[in-house]
Every structure is written in structure tokens, then in C-alpha cells.
Design a protein around this ligand. Structure first.
Ligand code: ZN
Length: 302
């Protein structure tokens, strides 16, 4: 039939067959290209996984959020692992019990919320920390608050000695004087600077990162990273120069931060995706995982 039609149309039969073969190949090529495009766009649309460097599960939050629901919120936000601390510390332990592979438990030096203002000059802090470390497998100490000369008290010095002896990272909410003191006391363990100093000039952060191999920046509440959604050039430069030293964080210190968790994680993704993919991956999750890797690698960044 095909031959008859071709002859009737005055066309060469072989030529006709060849044309339909080329057309078939072309269609197959188009279909394959379309499928590849679809697969690539689906992969690109996958949210970048985050290992959150700053999650709290405080008593005030637990009144509203069961640990199971907290884990569900982490799932919904694409937060695959989290560095967690709480006041009191049993909130962290409860979350960890439900997801030991995803929750990295940190020990705070606070028995109550009020301890935040006095712990660094209260000798009872040391006993409390020793007891916490003896009864639970904490992976670091923090987040703790300490400013300026408070980082030099005998209590803080002893706490840092304990962390160093156990090769445990520290997570400090502090200012430039405080972080400098902690970095000098704890040269062999990572010192994670919560909020990357809030508004400390980026040039000063650069200098501190250059001077201290054990400094890491945790980026929750940090000002100026992506004003109006566009990654600031100074931050881009810092992230690329120190790609192994920065960690994303959301800081869920009150119930509303848990409610906003997905939006907070997506806000971080919005500037992470403006970085080269490998740099984004480091900051989104690989650095946090490296800092808290079991069996070494807890020291300064490579
Ligand atoms: Zn903080």
C-alpha cells in the first residue's frame, strides 16, 4: 500500500522509506530530549537538603509542639539533620531519642532560662555540665551566651577545657571580643559563632576566618546576606573563599520560629542557589556533617 502510494505519487520507494526512517529517528530523538529535560527540571526543583546549624527545642516550644510534630516540621522544611540544643536540656534528649541519626545533641550550660545571664560566673555550671556529659552522649557544648570579658571567667575557661579534652565543638552566641577569646582557648576544636556576629562587618569576618582555622560561622539571623533576595557580593566572596567554614541555621528559639520553619529554610535556599552548587551544598549541609562527624575530623577545617 505504502509502495503503491509512493509510486502513484511519482516518488522513489527507497527514498520514501529512508525519509520515514529519518522522521522516526527524529521523533525518537525529540522524545528522549524531552524526557531528559523533564528529569533535569525535576531534579533542579528538588529542594537542597539542609543540616540546620541552630535548632532549639525549648520548654516553651514543647508546650505547643510534641517531639513527633517537631520532627515532622523538620521533614516538611527539608531539614535532614539538625544541631539541637534546648533549655532545659531534656528537650534535646527527647528529640534525639526519636531520630538519633538526624539529631546532633548539644549540651547547654543552662538549667533554666535565667541561667543564661549568670552561668559564666556560677561554679555550679561545671558540675552541671559534667553530669550532663556523663549521662548522655552529647556531641558538643552550646548554644551558650557570653559577651566580652565574660568569656574569660574561670567557669568559661573550665568549660572550654572540658570541651577540648573531649574534642567537642562549641556553639557560642557572642561578640568579637568573646569569639576571639574562645578561639584562642579552644584552638583544637571547632568554635561555631552563632549568627555570624549578627552585624559584624564582613571584612572583619574574613580576617577572623583567615586568622583562626577553627572558626565556623552559623548564619541564622545574620544581617545583610541577601538584601532584597539577591546574594550580596561581599557575602558571595566570603562564602566562596571560606566554603568549608559556614553553616546554615534557622534558630527556632520560640514557637513562631517552628511555625515558620519551612519559610526560613526556603529563604536560605533562595540565596544558596545563587552560589556555585558545590559551595551551596557545603554551606547547606556538608559542613555541619563534617564538623560533627564521628571518629575525628572535629578539629580545624582543612
Ligand atoms: Zn543565639
Amino acid at each position: 500500500m505504502q509502495r503503491f502510494a509512493a509510486v502513484a505519487a511519482g516518488l522513489d520507494y527507497k527514498q520514501c522509506l529512508c525519509d520515514s526512517w529519518i522522521l522516526g529517528m527524529y521523533l525518537r530523538f525529540l522524545t528522549t530530549a524531552l524526557l531528559i529535560t523533564l528529569v533535569v527540571s525535576v531534579a533542579a526543583a528538588e529542594p537542597i537538603p539542609i543540616c540546620d546549624g541552630h535548632i532549639h527545642f525549648n520548654a516553651q516550644v514543647r508546650e505547643h509542639l510534641h517531639p513527633t510534630d517537631a520532627l515532622r516540621r523538620l521533614d516538611e522544611a527539608g531539614i535532614t539533620c539538625a544541631i539541637v540544643s534546648s533549655t532545659p536540656n531534656d528537650g534535646t534528649e527527647r528529640l534525639h531519642a526519636l531520630a538519633p541519626d538526624r539529631i546532633v545533641p548539644m549540651l547547654r550550660p543552662y538549667r533554666t532560662a535565667e541561667d543564661r545571664y549568670t552561668w559564666f560566673r556560677d561554679p555550679a555550671t561545671i558540675e552541671y555540665l559534667r553530669h550532663g556529659l556523663a549521662h548522655f552522649d552529647y556531641r558538643g557544648i552550646g548554644e551558650f551566651h557570653v559577651f566580652g570579658a565574660q568569656a574569660e571567667t574561670p567557669v568559661v575557661r573550665e568549660m572550654v577545657r572540658i570541651a577540648v579534652s573531649r574534642q567537642m565543638p562549641l556553639h557560642a552566641h557572642t561578640n568579637v571580643t568573646g569569639i576571639t577569646s574562645l578561639l584562642e582557648q579552644a584552638t583544637s576544636v571547632p568554635v561555631i559563632w552563632a549568627h555570624a556576629g549578627f552585624d559584624t562587618p564582613v571584612a572583619e569576618l574574613h580576617a577572623l576566618l583567615d586568622a583562626h582555622d577553627n572558626l565556623y560561622l552559623e548564619l541564622s539571623f545574620r544581617e545583610g546576606i541577601a538584601p532584597d533576595g539577591r546574594l550580596a557580593p561581599a557575602w558571595r566572596e566570603l562564602f566562596i573563599a571560606h566554603r568549608r567554614r559556614c553553616l546554615v541555621g534557622t534558630d527556632t528559639y520560640i514557637p513562631s520560629r517552628w511555625t515558620e520553619l519551612s519559610a526560613l529554610a526556603d529563604a536560605a535556599r533562595a540565596w544558596l542557589t545563587q552560589l556555585p552548587p558545590g559551595v551551596a551544598t557545603d554551606i547547606a549541609h556538608a559542613n555541619a556533617q563534617r564538623v560533627f562527624a564521628r571518629g575525628g575530623n572535629a578539629g580545624a577545617a582543612p
